[in-house]
Design a binder for this molecule. Sequence first.
Ligand code: HEC
Ligand code: HEC
Length: 377
Amino acid sequence: MTLLRIAGALSGLFLFQALTVSFAQTDLLSEAQAAAAAENYNRYCTLCHGENREGYANDHAPSLRSKELLFPGNSLFMFRSIAYGRPGTAMAAYREESGGPMSNREIFQMVRWLYEQIDVDPRYNENGEDGKLPYVRIEGDAALGAEIYARECASCHGVNGEGGTGTALANQVMLIFASDLFLRQTIESGREGTPMPSFRDKLNAEELDAVTAYLRSRARGQSVIQPRDSRPPTPDEYVLNPDGEDPEFGELRDGIYVPAADLNKAIEDKKRMVILDTRAASWWRMGHIEGAVPIPYYSDFDEIMGDLPRDVWIVGYCECPRALATDVIEKLRDRGFEKTAVLWEGIQGWAGLGYPIVLGEVEALDLEAEPEETREH
Ligand code: HEC
Ligand code: HEC
């Protein structure tokens, strides 16, 4: 996020700008882009989130205009919530690759538009700094948190976090996108203009940590969900369990796809294989299947194929749920890699089924320089 770093260095300047330039002049969208975003909002979102983004028109859809949700630095959470939806709830995935009607660019512009509607700059807070929440794991007494949850939260969020008036807090995809600090901050401050109350005066710091830890503990596969340093494996580390045996995937669906259950079993049985994460590298940093090698779909395959073994199974995955990975594995097959497969469900499906993933750093979406992950592909 070079731009943000430069912005940080120039924060004095930005503060000056914030004081002297009205926000309207710093709008990120052209008039035509804003009109298109408003039109998309009316077409796709009004039915549930309400004509004025107030929420609760249908299916207890949350407000899309509270400052506690749309704070500077939370734009990537917004992008992902719209792009991938919340499987198992009324909130669908809107991006084309996931079967939705919107391009990544349209979603990206809708996020900007949502921020502009409430006069919040998604890039900087009033001090000219990036408001992104640092990624820290909050330690707390999850057993105490469970008691607090049953007492204070279950009536709205459901006994098992399945949702009700409040959102589904045990939703596996929400738990990937929301950092611990995001959860804790939401509980502490509540969301103005919505049924979500502030617990600032009701719970002390220890209790806030406890209930946060309890929410996190419902992320299935959480035994390996830990912040890790984001160093990708080097070629000598690509092969998992080099002394293990080949996985037995049986017949692949359409000659290429392996179901999540089979891949998970192969991992549990310590089979020898390489797992490729074919998404943009920033996605790998955010969360991946343990041991996966980030080889983005736009890599130069002639250049990197020397790093990949030909006698070991290679399984690729993406988020789409499988378009990018299929493209990558086909490129490898063209180059003579025969023991290759693609994860059928993609990593979202994988996480939704409760299979383990490793979470890394959650980055803010840089809304000024369009990042690689939001580009069309
Ligand atoms: C009176 C009902 C109510 C109670 C009680 C309540 N919540 Fe909420 N909560 C909501 C609603 C409604 C939202 C969505 C608000 C919005 O943005 O429109 C929400 C949002 C949240 C979110 C954000 C999740 C997301 O999908 O972005 C978290 C985290 C949360 N609540 C945690 C808690 C916890 C923990 C408790 C108990 C300590 C609690 N809530 C108690 C109604 C409630
Ligand atoms: C059919 C109803 C429905 C439609 C249509 C819909 N949503 Fe949602 N949306 C929901 C519900 C319900 C949730 C909360 C799901 C949960 O329990 O986590 C949600 C959650 C969200 C969230 C996460 C908010 C939070 O508090 O964490 C965002 C952002 C969002 N929707 C944006 C949109 C946008 C933008 C559109 C249009 C492109 C849209 N939604 C269309 C029902 C809908």
